[in-house]
Ligand binder design. Structure first.
Ligand code: CS2
Ligand code: MG
Length: 402
C-alpha cells in the first residue's frame, strides 16, 4: 500500500485550514489536519518542503514506523510546528488504514468503549444576562455540558465572547489586534458570572470555564477555591503550564477540577502534571499532539493517574481533527469530555463529514476511515487569508497571555 501522492491543501472557508492529503497507489486517500492558528503556513511548509517528499513511496500501513521516522529522523524534536505536521501524517495514515480495512477508525482502536461522545458547547455573552441566555439556548438544544464566558465589565475585549450565537472565531484578518486585560477586574467578575449561571439555570448540567492562561498560580488557586461551590466540571488553563510544578500550588488550595493541555504538543509537556495528579483532564488534541498514535500514549499515561481526556475542539481545528478526535474519544477508556465548537456552513461544505450531534453527544459515524471528505474544488475558492490571534496587554501596556 505505497503512498503515491502527498499534498497540502491550504484554504480559508470562514477561517484558515491546512490539510494534508495522502493518496496510495491503489487510490485510497487519507486526510490529516495541519492547522496551527496564526502560524498555518509554517506547518504547510514543514510538510510540503520537508515531509511530503519523504512520504512518497513509503508503505502507508506502517503508521508507527512512519511516526518514529518523522519524530526521531527530524533530529529537532517536538514543538507545535513539528508535532502538528507529524499529527497530520499520522491521522491521514489512520484514515487510509480504516478505508483499507473497511472499518471506521474507532474499530481499529479497540471498538466502542461508550455509546456516544459527551460534548460541551461554547456559550458566551457581552454581559451576564447574555451569557445566561446563550447557556439556556445550548441546554434547549440538548447540550449536557456548556462552557460559559462573558465580557468583563470595564474591558473592551474579553476572551471567549463570540460574535455569533453558535460560532466563535478568535483570529483576526490582517495583523494581531491588541486587547486590554485586567486580571483584577476579571477575578472580581468571574465568580459572579458563574454563580449567576448556577442560580439561574441550576446544577443539572456540566458547567465549564476557561481562564485562558491568564492567572498566576496563587491567583489561580484563589479562583479555584472561590468557585468550589459552583461545582464546575472544570476550570481550564488557569495559569500558563510550561512550569508544570506550579500546579502543585494550585492543587494544594482547591478541589475544583483542573484542565490544561490545548497548547501542548507532546507527552513531555504534561507527564509531570499527570504523574503528580496535578490535573483532572488533559486537553491535548489529535492535530497538535502528533496524531492519534501519540495522543493514545498520553491517554494511557493519564489513565494510570485517574486523569481523563478532554480534547481541544475549537473552530481552528478542522472537521478532520474533530472526526479523528471522536474516533479516539469513542474508544479510549479514560474519556472525559470533548470540546465541540461548531464550524461555519462554508467549512462544513468543504469538509463533508459523518459526525453528528444528538442529545448532547457526538457520533463519528460508521464510514470506513475518519468519515471526512475534502472538496478540493470548493476549497480552492477560499484562498488563504493572513490572520493572527490577538495580543493581550495589561492596562499599563505590558504584554500578557492572550
Ligand atoms: C480555547 C481555544 O477552545 C478553547 O478552549 O482556548 O478556542 C483557543 O483560544 C483557540 O484554539 C486558539 O486558536
Ligand atoms: Mg481553552
Amino acid at each position: 500500500m505505497r503512498i503515491r501522492e502527498a499534498k497540502v491543501v491550504v484554504c480559508s472557508p470562514g477561517r484558515n485550514f491546512v490539510t494534508l492529503k495522502l493518496t496510495t497507489e491503489s487510490g485510497l486517500t487519507g486526510l490529516g489536519d495541519a492547522t496551527l492558528n496564526g502560524r498555518e503556513l509554517a506547518v504547510a511548509s514543514y510538510l510540503e518542503d520537508h515531509v511530503c517528499p519523504l512520504l512518497v513511496g513509503r508503505d502507508a500501513a506502517r503508521i508507527e514506523d512512519t511516526w518514529q521516522y518523522l519524530y526521531r529522523g527530524a533530529y529537532w524534536r517536538r514543538g507545535p510546528v513539528t508535532m502538528n505536521a507529524i499529527g497530520a501524517v499520522d491521522t491521514a495514515l489512520w484514515d487510509i488504514k480504516g478505508k483499507a480495512a473497511g472499518m471506521p477508525v474507532y474499530q481499529l482502536l479497540g471498538g466502542r468503549a461508550r455509546d456516544g461522545v459527551l460534548v460541551y458547547g461554547h456559550a458566551s455573552g457581552r454581559d451576564i444576562a447574555e451569557a445566561i441566555e446563550a447557556t439556556a439556548s445550548y441546554l434547549s438544544k440538548g447540550y449536557r455540558a456548556v462552557r460559559v464566558q462573558a465580557g468583563v465589565p470595564g474591558l473592551q475585549d474579553a476572551y471567549g465572547v463570540g460574535k455569533g450565537a453558535m460560532f466563535y472565531e478568535p483570529a483576526d484578518p490582517g495583523f494581531p489586534s491588541e486587547h486590554a486585560w485586567s486580571t483584577e477586574q476579571y477575578l472580581r467578575f468571574a465568580p459572579t458570572l458563574l454563580e449567576s449561571v448556577r442560580s439561574e439555570l441550576g446544577f443539572d448540567f456540566h458547567l465549564l470555564h476557561d481562564a485562558h492562561h491568564r492567572l498566576t498560580p496563587i491567583q489561580a488557586a484563589g479562583l479555584g477555591k472561590r468557585l468550589e461551590d459552583v461545582s464546575l466540571f472544570w476550570l481550564e488553563d488557569l495559569a500558563p503550564a510550561e512550569l508544570q510544578e506550579s500546579f502543585r500550588l494550585i492543587r494544594h488550595h482547591t478541589t475544583t477540577p483542573l484542565a490544561v493541555g490545548e497548547v501542548f504538543d507532546s507527552i513531555w509537556d504534561c507527564k509531570d502534571l499527570i504523574a503528580e495528579q496535578l490535573i483532572d483532564y488533559i486537553r491535548c488534541s489529535v492535530a497538535h499532539t502528533g496524531g492519534i498514535t501519540h495522543l493514545r500514549r498520553i491517554a494511557s499515561l493519564a489513565d494510570l493517574y485517574h486523569v481523563r481526556t478532554g480534547c481541544h475542539g475549537a473552530t481552528d481545528l478542522s472537521p478532520v481533527c474533530m472526526a479523528a478526535a471522536l474516533h479516539f474519544d469513542l474508544s479510549v477508556p479514560n474519556f472525559g469530555i470533548q470540546e465541540y465548537m461548531r464550524h461555519t456552513e462554508e467549512t462544513d461544505a468543504v469538509f463533508r463529514h459523518q459526525y453528528a450531534f444528538e442529545d448532547g453527544y457526538l457520533h463519528p459515524g460508521e464510514e470506513p476511515g475518519l468519515g471526512v471528505e475534502l472538496d478540493e474544488q470548493l476549497a480552492a475558492r477560499y484562498p488563504y487569508e493572513r490572520a493572527y490571534l490577538p495580543v493581550t496587554r495589561t492596562l499599563d501596556g505590558t504584554v500578557h497571555s492572550w
